[in-house]
Design a protein around this ligand. Structure first.
Ligand SMILES: [Zn+2]
Length: 74
């Protein structure tokens, strides 16, 4: 089996000592590894074609997505 076992470490997103998991390459530029709750957050955001926060959007969003996000406030 090649699956990486869960490891204890520090979550790269919330900076807490947790059991952490490597993030998926298809998520783009994201902090890794992440704890389960943050991992879930990113998984759900990607499922819904959204981003977890502005930093995530800036790193991984397209220009159109950013424009839509900014334009949505008007
Ligand atoms: Zn976390």
């Amino acid at each position: 089996m090649t699956a990486t076992p869960p490891a204890e470490g520090r979550c790269a997103h919330c900076d807490q000592p947790r059991i952490v998991f490597p993030t998926k390459p298809e998520w783009g530029q994201v902090p890794s590894p992440m704890c389960t709750s943050d991992w879930q957050l990113f998984a759900e955001a990607r499922d819904n074609n959204t981003f977890v926060d502005w930093n995530d959007a800036f790193l991984n969003g397209t220009d159109d997505q950013l424009a839509a996000g900014l334009g949505g406030a008007t």
